[in-house]
Write a protein that binds this ligand. Structure first.
Ligand code: FE
Ligand code: FE
Ligand code: ZN
Length: 279
């Protein structure tokens, strides 16, 4: 089995997200650790965190994904910008110690003209600085579409980041279906080939979570525009093949499709129906 969920607003706290998830038949969810535009996170409500942890211990929800603000750039050319990423990630990971056993997903960043090698080096350095010795959270590098000067558009680039950090055992990868598709991996016609490549370069044991999105653009477009399930270039059949793939079982699969809550509810229902049908 896999865990299905979607991105939720964290404005009412952890337990409210758990309740919302259950209401729409989700058994995982994702949330932004703070306003994506940056800025301060709300003070941690320890009781609220403990309530989520209890729900998870009871087995009602699987692991959840905290998403770093997408506006941080851990491999920026500007020292100031890197410092901001470092502070944000350090603070996020500290706060996540209140809900251990979950994931912290972030975008590896954009090298903005410094070159991929330099970007990888800076991101690895940032990771070494932000991951504490005792860390109850697994930090996930998200596969990217390779838009602009984004790093992480190939499995090899993610591998290089893993190779350079001091504690690779604290890291994993989150595969975003829209992003890998846009980066040129043909998950529609050759899912097995893509997973074989992932396994050879990174190792499927490092694949900890997936973002399930359709794409507005064709394979290789390097665009990163998410689409509702079945309405884009990936299509529902390919999504079902991913969700039912034997090598991908046991992971949280989170929707980041352009939907409000009712749309997410419908997509989760659709996935569960199709999978229940044994397809
Ligand atoms: Fe993301
Ligand atoms: Fe994503
Ligand atoms: Zn995206």
């Amino acid at each position: 089995m896999v865990y299905f969920g979607c991105h939720l607003s964290s404005s009412k706290g952890f337990f409210a997200m758990a309740e919302t998830a259950r209401r729409i038949d989700a058994d995982t969810f994702q949330f932004f650790t703070r306003n994506p535009r940056g800025g301060k996170a709300k003070p941690m409500d320890e009781q609220d965190a403990a309530k989520l942890a209890a729900v998870q211990t009871a087995g009602v929800l699987g692991p959840v994904i905290a998403h770093a603000p997408y506006t941080i750039n851990p491999c920026s050319m500007e020292e100031r910008t890197r410092e901001f990423a470092l502070q944000t990630m350090t603070d996020d990971l500290l706060r996540l110690e209140h809900i251990p056993g979950n994931f912290y997903n972030f975008h590896p960043g954009s090298h903005v003209g410094q070159g991929t090698e330099k970007g990888i080096e800076l991101t690895a350095k940032t990771l070494d600085a932000v991951i504490p010795e005792q860390c109850g959270t697994t930090v996930l590098l998200e596969t990217m579409a390779g838009k602009g000067s984004e790093i992480g558009g190939s499995f090899e680039e993610l591998r290089e980041i893993l190779d350079r950090v001091r504690h690779p055992e604290k890291l994993g990868v989150c595969l975003d279906t829209c992003h890998v598709h846009d980066a040129g991996y043909d998950i529609v016609n050759d899912l097995d080939g893509v997973l074989t490549a992932f396994d050879a370069v990174i190792g499927l044991d490092r694949l900890k979570a997936l973002h399930i999105n359709d794409s507005m653009n064709p394979c290789g477009a390097r665009k990163d525009r998410h689409e509702k399930l079945g309405q884009g270039h990936i299509g529902l059949e390919a999504v079902i093949r991913i969700a039912t793939h034997p090598a991908l079982q046991g992971r949280p699969m989170v929707l980041e499709t352009p939907n409000e809550l009712d749309g997410y509810e419908k997509e989760i229902k659709l996935l569960r129906e199709r999978i229940g049908a044994g397809l």
